[in-house]
Design a protein around this ligand. Structure first.
Ligand code: CA
Length: 230
């Protein structure tokens, strides 16, 4: 029989105890976020930051796109997984939140890998496309305003190289997408994206019921090395 484990506090704590590799810099950024920002629950969990860094490293990514920086915990995790000269194009509109992260990016020695774009993410994505950057991004993490997720998905897909990976956060919206009675612009947009992805041949797909729901989608098509990315 197939068993899906339901996480409880005990198991969650065990997983953290045996696998979390958060260092002082990352932990102090997390603590600074909790003490300075009312909306601190918007931050990614430390084990999610670790997963993002893991995936960026696994992909040997050099160009990363992040939509939704908040206080830069995920930005830090991904920038650290890049080689020197790598770039996180980090999109957010809130300068105050990003300013909390910057000293920690500097302490970790990765500040120069982070290109902060302080304006609505859609403007940055359109500017990159207008600049001829389609097909040049290795990894995209989408964790911004949920109503625009379908737009973000389309732009990011264009910017990704074949084989490039998109990681989309909060796709379950605390389970609301699965409850027929629930509806608001965020839930409706997320449902529309989730349903559309199922049949979208432009990506290979895996939806994971971890954290608040995490979708992994990589772009199909011919890669530069001639192998088919699928
Ligand atoms: Ca999130």
């Amino acid at each position: 029989m197939l068993v899906h484990l339901t996480l409880n506090e005990e198991i969650q704590q065990y997983v953290m105890d045996v696998s979390l590799r958060e260092d002082d810099i990352a932990r102090e950024l997390r603590m600074a976020t909790v003490s300075q920002v009312f909306e601190h629950r918007m931050a990614v969990a430390p084990e999610q930051g670790q997963l993002l860094g893991f995936l960026v490293g696994l992909m040997s990514a050099t160009t990363v796109l992040e939509l939704g920086v908040f206080t830069g915990y995920s930005t830090l995790a991904m920038a650290r997984a890049l080689p020197p000269g790598g770039r996180v194009i980090a999109c957010d509109y809130n300068e105050e939140w990003a300013a909390i992260g910057r000293p920690f990016w500097e302490r970790a020695g990765v500040a120069e890998r982070i290109q902060l774009e302080l304006r609505p993410a859609i403007q940055t994505l359109d500017a990159l496309l207008a600049d001829g950057r389609a097909g040049t991004v290795d990894f995209a993490f989408i964790d911004a305003d949920k109503e625009n997720y379908p737009l973000y998905f389309e732009r990011c897909l264009e910017l990704l190289r074949p084989g490039g990976l998109m990681v989309i956060d909060n796709v379950l919206l605390t389970g609301n997408v699965a409850r027929p009675g629930e509806s608001d612009p965020e839930i409706d947009a997320m449902r529309a994206l989730n349903s559309a992805l199922r049949h979208d041949k432009r990506v290979e797909l895996s939806m994971l019921p971890v954290f608040d729901g995490l979708t992994l989608a990589y772009k199909t098509g011919s890669r530069a090395d001639g192998r088919d990315a699928r």
